[in-house]
Design a binder for this molecule. Structure first.
Ligand SMILES: [Fe+2]
Length: 201
């Protein structure tokens, strides 16, 4: 398993290959995952690593769904199967690949692999935690989930099944709020200012 220093070094390398706001988003997702995990009795260090690496497949350039399988491959090569898994699962809060909003810029074989992987995946605490933190974090930090969902919709579009996906994310938020005994925004001082001032889209 990769530790924090290894994950950070990998993210820095990936950011040099394909510079963009995605690396700041990843660092905030890592911090959010750590803070929420600690409040739920989960391993905060592991959560940080998984949050930092969930989009690592973006190292290869500006791609859409392909970033999930690129990250999976890279992290399998690095020997961290759990982090590799999250590269795939973080994009599917609904375990139905047909709901993915972006472009399926993958080969037929990759499409078949992703579809089967997600169909078989039993989402665990860390899968759901990173799905949540992906939905919480702009490149500027934590904001209202609803704002981040609009940010994603403006960039990737929506379908008639988008509300289903949004409800799945709200259900994950509710689950973690029950476990924390607090709002998922409570640990994050920047949430209010990001919600009202960060530019999106
Ligand atoms: Fe992400």
């Amino acid at each position: 398993m990769l530790n924090r220093d290894q994950a950070l070094a990998l993210l820095q390398w990936a950011g040099e290959q394909n510079p963009g706001p995605w690396t700041d988003h990843s660092l905030h997702a890592a911090r959010a995952a750590q803070e929420i995990a600690r409040r739920c009795g989960l391993d905060g260090e592991r959560a940080w690593v998984l949050g930092a690496l969930h989009d690592i497949g973006r190292w290869e350039g500006v791609r859409d769904l392909h970033h999930t399988i690129a990250g999976y491959r890279l992290l399998m090569e690095k020997g961290d199967e759990g982090a590799a898994r999250i590269c795939l699962t973080h994009s599917f809060p609904l375990p139905d690949p047909s709901v993915y909003l972006g472009e399926w810029d993958v080969s037929e074989a990759e499409r078949a692999f992703i579809t089967e992987f997600i169909a078989r995946a039993r989402m665990d605490d860390f899968d759901r935690l990173i799905q949540l933190c992906d939905a919480l974090c702009l490149p500027q930090g934590v904001c209202l989930i609803e704002k981040r969902l609009i940010d994603v919709a403006l960039r990737h579009g929506v379908s008639e099944r988008t509300p289903e996906k949004w409800r799945a994310i709200f259900a994950i938020r509710d689950e973690f709020e029950r476990r924390m005994g607090a709002s998922v925004y409570a640990p994050f001082d920047e949430a209010v200012s990001n919600t009202f001032t960060a530019r999106i889209g």
